[in-house]
Design a protein around this ligand. Structure first.
Ligand code: ZN
Length: 150
């Protein structure tokens, strides 16, 4: 089990150091900012939504390793998905990170997102892991924005 945690730890550190889909999004039409005052994490999620599908996604911001890795893994998990698929993933993710410690965390359908299952042992980190998802939901619900030029 500790080998698995090491692997998970490594993936989190890797996504923190080299976040995927980092930066602003040219041609994006939705964005939202998220803030977790408990930890100081701040991030902005940029989306290109077309026909209820996330065609492209980027994020940027500053925060702890968990929030950054979670955002990075999230962008990989939701790119190309429909909004209802994204809602389903978010629900399963949220259930995983808030599940009781004496129960198995997460299901295999979460794929790489399962590396964040360990945060349930650290209640203060749960908000770090879920911040990108709440920000994504806000971006999906936001009114269309004109793409920024810089
Ligand atoms: Zn944090």
């Amino acid at each position: 089990m500790s080998d698995l945690s090491d692997l998970y730890q490594e993936l989190i550190l890797d996504h923190n150091k080299r976040p995927r889909n980092w930066g602003t999004l040219e041609g994006g039409n939705r964005e939202a900012k998220g803030h977790n005052p408990l930890c100081g994490d701040r991030l902005t999620v940029f989306l290109k939504l077309a026909d209820d599908r996330i065609e492209d996604i980027r994020f940027e911001g500053s925060g702890c390793a968990i929030s950054k890795a979670s955002a990075s893994l999230m962008t990989e998990a939701v790119k190309g998905r429909t909004i209802s698929e994204v809602n389903g993933i978010f629900q399963r993710f949220q259930a995983m990170i808030t599940s009781p410690l004496d129960q198995p965390s997460g299901d295999a359908s979460l794929g790489k997102l399962m590396v964040l299952g360990g945060v349930r042992e650290f209640p203060v980190r749960i908000k770090c892991a879920s911040l990108p998802w709440h920000t994504l939901k806000a971006a999906i619900a936001a009114s269309p924005t004109v793409a920024v030029t810089e």
